[in-house]
Design a protein around this ligand. Structure first.
Ligand SMILES: NC(=O)C1=CN([C@@H]2O[C@H](COP(=O)(O)OP(=O)(O)OC[C@H]3O[C@@H](n4cnc5c(N)ncnc54)[C@H](O)[C@@H]3O)[C@@H](O)[C@H]2O)C=CC1
Ligand SMILES: O=C(CO)COP(=O)(O)O
Length: 334
């Protein structure tokens, strides 16, 4: 197994803010990286300016140490490790362009979300569609907003793989002055938690925008924590402590941070914006919108009691007024 960056050819897949923050971290530990981003014009501007022209544009990069590709097949051919950081709604479309076999690559999933329409976790999707051995699939998650990582604010990520040695090996590529890491084997539990926290962040933003008050927001979040635990423990039965930062910490930071797209999307809805309009006004992706529908459909199988998820689904997909949803949630809380 490869343990250091000098042994690896790692490709950052995606050109958004999380890909940019992760690329910055990797370049602290790796001499060179490969970087796949969809648009040639962005690559050209990046090379000229030494910064990503569209995301985290204040962060400077040593572009001579980056091999850019806009062709996903060329990027994958050049790499042995693919760090997936595309938003989940576009994940399938990006990979649909693949003609090369990637079954021998190490896959590191930084995307938080489910593949829409398929209702599959990214890890399940990669294993089923691309023949990746589950021991080669690693997930990185935790309470980390790209903006703060880029500012060098102290942050913690969790690296999860069913092969714990592989998880440990990958931490050496991320660890640095401001980034610390934990390891875990709970790949699928962590992925589900990463989807659910987006749903609860929309709910949190919504009650904030609606001015329901800090007291109500606190009861919402404490119920969300328990709802997340019920679902994850049912969908992926295992021994885990959902108070750990990769579960609870990520739910909290997304629910409260001004950087959270999901929180801000919910806030617009709470202030009275129609869902479609709030989606159009967001310059970035609020994945909880898609995650709500995916988990709602997946939960048809499990029947977990999820009043917050159910109400968010009704708001986002069935035009339920916010005040009625708040009332209904309030009556379900314990
Ligand atoms: N931003 C953050 O702080 C964090 C994000 N993540 C996860 O990382 C993943 C990527 O998120 P971000 O980088 O924040 O996204 P972003 O909103 O910053 O970037 C959007 C990306 O999607 C691409 N894109 C836009 N329209 C597209 C289209 N029609 N087809 C294909 N691609 C298109 C853009 O080129 C860009 O690369 C998500 O799953 C997110 O949950 C995880 C941890 C932190
Ligand atoms: O996952 C994140 C922080 O850990 C980012 O959350 P948002 O997608 O809501 O911005």
């Amino acid at each position: 197994m490869k343990t250091t960056c000098t042994d690896r050819k790692i490709a950052v897949m995606g050109g958004g803010s999380w890909a940019t923050a992760l690329a910055k971290l990797l370049l602290e530990n790796c001499r060179e990286i490969i970087w796949y981003m969809r648009r040639d014009d962005r690559i050209e501007a990046f090379k000229r300016r030494g910064r990503n022209p569209a995301y985290l544009s204040d962060v400077e990069f040593p572009v001579e140490r980056i091999n850019f590709y806009s062709d996903i097949n060329e990027a994958c051919r050049a790499a042995d490790t693919l760090l997936m950081a595309m938003p989940s709604p576009y994940f399938k479309a990006h990979l649909a362009k693949l003609t090369v076999d990637i079954s021998d690559k190490d896959i590191v999933i930084a995307t938080k979300g489910i593949v829409p329409d398929e209702n599959e976790l990214i890890s399940d999707y990669m294993e089923a569609r691309y023949g990746i051995d589950p021991r080669r699939v690693t997930v990185i998650s935790g309470p980390c907003h790209a903006e703060e990582v880029a500012l060098g604010r102290l942050s913690y990520l969790t690296v999860a793989c069913s092969d714990i040695d592989r998880a440990i090996a990958f931490t050496s590529l991320l660890n640095g002055r401001s980034m610390k890491t934990f390891v875990s084997t709970d790949v699928r539990g962590i992925e589900y938690a990463g989807v659910l926290k987006n749903v609860y962040a929309i709910a949190s933003g919504m009650v904030h925008g609606f001015k329901a008050g800090d007291n109500f927001q606190a009861i919402l979040i404490s119920n969300a924590v328990r709802e997340m635990r019920r679902f994850v423990d049912t969908a992926v039965p295992d021994r885990r402590d959902t108070d750990e930062s990769v579960y609870l910490g990520d739910l909290l930071v997304t629910a409260y941070s001004r950087f959270s797209r999901n929180h801000n999307f919910g806030s617009m809805i709470g202030r009275g914006s129609a869902v479609k309009r709030a989606m159009m006004e967001m310059e970035m992706v609020a994945e909880g919108y898609y995650g709500t529908k995916c988990i709602k459909e997946i939960n048809d199988r499990y029947g977990v009691d999820m009043p917050i998820l159910d109400n968010m689904y009704d708001i986002l997909y069935r035009d339920l007024p916010v005040e009625i949803a708040i009332d209904r949630m309030a009556n379900s809380f314990s």
